[in-house]
Design a protein around this ligand. Structure first.
Ligand code: NAP
Length: 475
């Protein structure tokens, strides 16, 4: 049992001012694995005060000092590899191989990348009549979701530290333990007192207190659009900077000349990875109508290559949903899809055979989907795919863009002109052509209701900076 009921404030593990706790459940076993403090507004006040006090000194540290700090963090993160992988599998239910290859690695890469960026980052720009200095924004409040317990928090932490901002973090209460390990890492490498503060607790108390605190200069949030919107309203009173990484309903356009088997594998990988709990997952698959039947047939043959099961088993591709609540949400969308007239081609309602314990879903593929159906418009955050057909490439692009979201887009096929046309015309923050590798130095973030601002690499650091223009600077 993991009992981590202390908060990390001003360089120390301290008791919360409240006595309430929140239980954390392993979604594969449904057993409680530990508890955290249900933090209070007073805890947030203390954490913000510590961050505010640390800001004048930390924001003036040299770039070399901050590179060293980020490298020390990355090295110590590597020392905690086994602990991180274990806890991500237990608190999120991510299969053990994915906890290492995706979750652990992404968290690490953000610290390494931020250190690399700082080596060439221009904090000062001299123009003919002005001297422009980019300065740390101040105290940043970071609020993160449960679906990538290390990635989401590390990208924000690495960028904030690179910029010289101080911070208060509130991780998701369903997956708090990876963040506690991060706090231990920061403590071990000697991040100066008050620069990093961790307050665990519920979104409605701790998150609200951060987003409305008068001394928080920026709220950097990743999560649902609903909370993002309420947080913006909160932040409006203090005219705070807000950066939002929100949801998506991303399209995968499959060209007529694509290899059908490869296309089917790509589409299944998109919805099964992290049990569909990926903001940038391609959940609307837009396939040429002449290819449709072969594509569905290929997915039926390939779906056994994505075994659902015990996250501790190396052969498992897909673990459970993070919680009972999330499992029920996924089920309600599968029901809705049926009611609206879509056809279940693969999977369907309920748990996979023989898997009564744990919040497991079936990989589910709907055909006969119209793009205005609920399952094609709303983010499900589960392994549910909507297959929609098109007749020509302009129609495919139109369907791809017919969404309130714009986080990511994907295109798969061979015709170079069509690949380019689709990539250049999808209105989204990140496009991948033919399963090209992710690039941790490239900006990540959304158009439209998928968010405001960018994370990762130099764009991520910019979010934590304010430009100051000085005219008449003596040379
Ligand atoms: P969520 O319910 O919006 O929660 C996100 C975070 O906000 C959690 O730490 C939560 O605390 C906190 N929170 C809840 N209510 C709050 C409030 N009133 N004020 C301030 N903070 C509050 O989202 P989620 O269910 O954890 O994550 C899934 C969503 O995140 C999906 O929509 C997904 O698309 C999105 N997401 C986006 C990206 C991206 O980069 N664009 C990446 C990953 C996920 P509790 O944990 O205590 O509820």
């Amino acid at each position: 049992m993991l009992n981590h009921t202390k908060q990390y404030i001003n360089g120390e593990w301290v008791d919360s001012t409240g006595s309430e706790t929140i239980e954390v459940v392993n979604p594969a076993t449904e057993k409680v694995i530990g508890k955290i403090s249900s933090g209070t507004k007073d805890d947030v006040d203390r954490a913000v005060e510590a961050a505010k006090d640390a800001f004048p000194t930390f924001s003036k540290t040299s770039v070399d000092d901050r590179i060293k700090l980020l490298e020390d963090i990355a090295n110590e993160y590597e020392n905690r590899k086994d602990d991180l992988i274990k806890i991500i599998t237990e608190e999120l239910g991510a299969p053990i191989t994915k906890s290492e290859k995706i979750h652990y690695q992404m968290g690490l890469q953000h610290f390494r990348q931020a250190a690399e960026e700082l080596k060439t980052f221009e904090f000062i720009e001299e123009r003919e009549n002005s001297y422009i200095q980019k300065e740390a924004i101040g105290v940043a409040g970071l609020i993160t979701p449960w679906n990538f317990p290390t990635n989401q928090i590390s990208t924000k932490l690495a960028s904030a530290l690179a910029a010289g901002s101080t911070l208060v973090v509130k991780p998701a209460s369903k997956t708090p333990f990876a963040s506690i390990i991060l706090a231990e890492i920061f403590d071990k490498v000697g991040v100066p007192k008050g620069v990093f503060n961790l307050v665990n607790g519920s979104g409605s108390i701790v998150g609200e207190a951060i987003s409305s605190h008068p001394d928080v200069d920026l709220v950097s949030f990743t999560g649902s659009g609903e909370v993002g919107s309420s947080l913006m309203k909160n932040a409006a009173d203090g005219i705070k900077n807000v950066s939002l990484e929100l949801g998506g309903k991303s399209p995968l356009v499959i060209l007529k000349d694509a290899d059908v088997k490869e296309a089917a594998k790509t589409a299944l990988t998109q919805i099964a990875t992290n049990t569909g709990q990926v903001c940038s997952a391609a959940t609307r698959v837009i396939v040429h109508d002449e290819m449709h039947d072969d594509f569905i047939k290929a997915m039926k043959e390939l779906v056994t290559e994505f075994p659902v099961g015990d996250p501790q088993e190396e052969s498992t591709f897909m673990g459970p949903q993070v919680s009972k609540e999330q499992w029920e949400t996924v089920q309600s969308y599968i029901q809705k899809g049926k009611e609206e007239g879509a056809t279940i081609a693969i999977g369907g309602p309920g748990k996979p055979d023989g898997m009564e314990r744990g919040f497991f879903s079936k990989i589910t593929v709907f055909t006969n989907v119209q793009n205005d159906m609920t399952i094609a418009q709303e983010e499900i955050f589960g392994p549910v795919m909507s297959v929609i057909t098109y007749k020509n490439i302009d129609e495919a692009i139109k369907i791809a863009n017919d969404t309130v979201y714009g986080l990511a887009g994907y295109v798969f096929g061979n015709d170079k002109e069509e690949l380019k046309k689709v990539a250049l015309n999808i209105r989204a923050g990140q496009i991948r052509i033919n399963n090209s590798k992710s690039d941790i130095s490239a900006p990540f973030g959304g158009f439209k209701q998928s968010g405001i601002g960018r994370e990762w690499g130099d764009y991520g650091i910019e979010e934590f900076l304010e430009p100051k223009a000085i005219m008449g600077m003596p040379s």
